[in-house]
Design a protein around this ligand. Structure first.
Ligand code: 13P
Ligand code: SF4
Length: 305
């Protein structure tokens, strides 16, 4: 069996050989983040995918992320090393279900969280990520907005906008597992710590937070804060860079249940295998891609508030 270092060396060699770039989400395994060219949140990764001039994008994340990269860069080969790495929340709404909801709300703009399939994006007006959801909703010329698929992110937005929000009742199975009583116990054990959580958490958790932000927002907040101790309410992969960038600070995971099994599927062996044989490539039908791209482009044009 090869060591992590040997596998990472092989990944680097293959990336060079294929003129490929490796992009990894902040929830990926440590050894994947370590070797990736770019790590980031969903917004940062969409932008990186749109800007790269590499021929091949190896996307270490879940299916909708690689799909977004393909939508933005149709002439590049996009590889998802584990083709079975999906996002249960993204699969909670289909394009048919969205079409039915739109019929109930003629003229109401639809905001699709990036955690959606390309087909759902193609049926939506604009995308958002957890980093820009409030700015995206506020940018719309309508007092009423319909948001899919995350009920928790939608409620977080509803609390930070004057617009009348309606939403689909989807959720992230990982963030939704956190319970207020468990969190209160952790907070009581660390009264000197600040609690930072992701807006995919249930409102019963969000209301207990000192700060609510996307994964990259957490890195920024932890770096700039004068506090020394933080309780983290998001997937455990985030701890890798938080600890690396802040060796003098302490980070405690709010719950042992904060592991996304899909984000943890991808291994270095999978990256080597897929890059060696150029397998697990992502394709999006052109007519869906064009509409989904317009939805993503509208989001990328929204200035941050
Ligand atoms: P961000 O990285 O955009 O905060 O999203 C979190 C997430 O759940 C991605 O699947
Ligand atoms: Fe989907 Fe939640 Fe996993 Fe993100 S953490 S990929 S939203 S299941």
């Amino acid at each position: 069996m090869k060591s992590i270092e040997e596998l990472q060396k092989e990944v680097r060699r293959l990336l060079k050989e294929r003129n490929a770039i490796m992009i990894a989400h902040n929830y990926q395994r440590d050894e994947i983040q370590e070797v990736a060219d770019i790590t980031g949140d969903s917004l940062g990764l969409s932008q990186a995918a749109a800007e790269t001039d590499a021929d091949v994008i190896v996307f270490c994340g879940v299916h909708f992320m690689a799909e977004s990269a393909k939508i933005l860069s149709p002439h590049k080969t996009v590889i998802l090393p584990r083709i079975d790495a999906g996002c249960p929340m993204a699969d909670m709404i289909t394009a048919d279900q969205l079409r039915a909801e739109k019929l109930k709300r003629p003229g109401v703009p639809v905001v699709a969280y990036v955690n959606t399939t390309a087909e759902v994006k193609s049926e939506s007006d604009i995308c958002c990520t957890s980093a820009n959801a409030v700015s995206v909703v506020n940018s719309l010329d309508s007092d009423r907005v319909y948001m899919v698929p995350d009920k928790n992110l939608s409620q977080f937005v509803a609390a930070h906008t004057d617009k009348k929000m309606e939403w689909w009742e989807g959720f992230c199975i990982t963030h939704e597992k956190m319970r207020p009583d468990e969190l209160k116990r952790v907070r009581a054990a660390h009264p000197d710590a600040e609690f930072i959580c992701h807006p995919e958490c249930n409102p019963s958790i969000v209301e207990l937070a000192d700060h609510v932000t996307s994964t990259s927002g957490m890195y920024k907040y932890a770096k700039e804060s004068t506090k020394k101790k933080f309780i983290i309410g998001t997937e455990m992969g985030i701890l890798y860079k938080l600890r690396k960038e802040n060796p003098d600070k302490e980070f405690i995971l709010a719950s042992d249940s904060l592991i996304c099994p899909n984000m943890k599927l991808t291994t270095l062996e999978d990256v080597v295998e897929s890059l060696s044989h150029m397998t697990n490539t992502i394709e999006v039908p052109e007519e869906i891609r064009i509409k989904a791209k317009a939805t993503l482009d509208r989001m990328l044009a929204v200035p941050r508030e």
